[in-house]
Design a protein around this ligand. Structure first.
Ligand SMILES: [Zn+2]
Length: 327
């Protein structure tokens, strides 16, 4: 029975990939991301991406990036999906301030958050050590994959990993003190950044808002524990990796509820022997109707996580240690 079930996996994976392969290349369009910084707190601007997947039309402008204009210079948080985005981000920053960019932080190693690094030549780019390792190991494949989905927007983009490993702790940048939080769950290394001057918490992809969470490198149990920690972190404004910023716990709770549902569905399916294709076909609960890409991301999550949950379900229970013989 188990063999029959595995036969469905290649089919599902191929079906998921076909969507990318059949998109024609973008031709002759003006490649302008239209980045318009939105001021959300003192000295703090965001470039808010669309709650969409990578397409030829959006060029990967699906992510939130930000920058803080400190008295010592500009601190950038995430650099977007391409060299071109990085260039246009720098131009958008230059319209706000003539101060130089003095530091870039990458919240994690996913391509929509860091492939713009390439345009920040000469700037110190920092990330958690594990993030840097993953940028080095996965960056080439990520770039190829993103190119397949967004075509010309990504042309000339090369993975440029961060060079400066950082740890949890506080760092002063002029008149802003930033606290780096070393977390994990969405990936094996997720950095959140809390600006103690403004109370803005850059949560990276630990929090999604009105956009389904992505799970290719997630460990959901770790992620849930991290969300508890973020919920207990006092902030004035939370900037999710995807979706509109919020002043309350809404986005954290939404991310948690969605992940709990994914986790429960995976456990139920692997325990009852429900096949991947059936699980993917499950209706999305009404409470997640307002979350963009829920059906698509759920299908991907099943493809990424099903084997792992199945392995856990069928893990042989350890034999009890024999009791010492009574003499
Ligand atoms: Zn991510």
């Amino acid at each position: 029975m188990k063999i029959v079930r595995w036969l469905h996996i290649p089919f599902v994976l191929v079906a998921l990939c076909l969507g990318f392969a059949t998109i024609p290349a973008a031709q002759g369009q003006e490649l302008d991301y239209g980045l318009k910084p939105q001021k959300v707190a003192e000295n703090t601007w965001l470039l808010i991406g669309r709650n969409e997947d990578f397409t030829l039309k959006n060029g990967g402008n699906i992510v939130n990036t930000g920058f803080i204009v400190t008295s010592a210079g500009v601190v950038v948080i995430d650099t977007g999906p391409s060299r071109l985005y990085g260039e246009q981000m720098l131009r958008a920053i230059a319209k706000i301030t003539d101060k130089p960019v003095i530091k870039v932080f990458n919240t994690h190693h996913h391509p929509d958050h860091y492939l713009g690094n390439q345009s920040f030549a000469g700037v110190k780019i920092a990330a958690l050590a594990e993030t840097i390792r993953e940028q080095i190991s996965d960056g080439g494949a990520f770039t190829d994959n993103v190119y397949r989905m967004s075509g010309d927007w990504i042309k000339g983009t090369e993975s440029t990993p961060a060079k400066e490993p950082v740890q949890a702790g506080r760092q002063q940048f002029g008149d802003h003190e930033l606290e780096l939080l070393s977390l994990h769950g969405h990936t094996s290394a997720d950095m959140a950044i809390l600006d103690h001057r403004t109370g803005v918490l850059f949560a990276g992809d630990l929090v999604f808002h009105d956009r389904a969470a992505t799970t290719p490198h997630a460990v959901i149990q770790h992620w849930l524990a991290t969300l508890d920690r973020l919920e207990n972190t006092p902030f004035q404004l939370l900037v999710p990796g995807h979706g509109a910023p919020v002043t309350d716990q809404r986005a954290i709770r939404q991310t948690r509820d969605y992940l709990l549902w994914v986790d429960r569905a995976m456990r139920e399916a692997t325990t009852s022997g429900e096949e991947m294709a059936e699980l993917i076909a499950r209706p999305i609960p009404a409470e997640f109707a307002g979350i963009a890409l829920a059906a698509e991301e759920f299908a991907r999550s099943v493809a990424h996580l099903y084997r792992r949950y199945e392995a856990e379900t069928f893990k042989p229970t350890p034999k009890p240690t024999p009791k010492p013989t009574a003499r």
